[in-house]
Write a protein that binds this ligand. Structure first.
Ligand SMILES: [Zn+2]
Length: 84
């Protein structure tokens, strides 16, 4: 009996860690309109934005001046939370 309870507790703790303590954010370059398989991952939106901007400049020939507030908002709107 106690084994079953322990298994459930472990399961819920595991789930809790995934969901709340280490939420992972992802941004698919494809979702931002590029034909590309790059996925930016990070723990904060700022981290994602940083990686996405670096990637866009390196692999899509975008310039820093192309990173307008409108473009950043567009990219930011495609960031979503992921459990894995
Ligand atoms: Zn890309």
């Amino acid at each position: 009996m106690s084994n079953i309870v322990d298994t459930q507790n472990t399961y819920y703790n595991f789930k809790d860690v995934l969901c709340t303590k280490h939420p992972m954010l992802k941004l698919k370059c494809k979702d931002a309109g590029f034909d590309c398989k790059f996925v930016a991952k990070g723990k904060t939106e700022d981290e994602i934005m940083q990686k996405a901007a670096e990637h866009a400049m390196k692999d899509h020939g975008m310039k820093p001046e192309d990173m307008t507030p409108e473009m950043k908002e567009k990219i930011r709107s495609h960031i979503h939370k992921s459990l894995f």
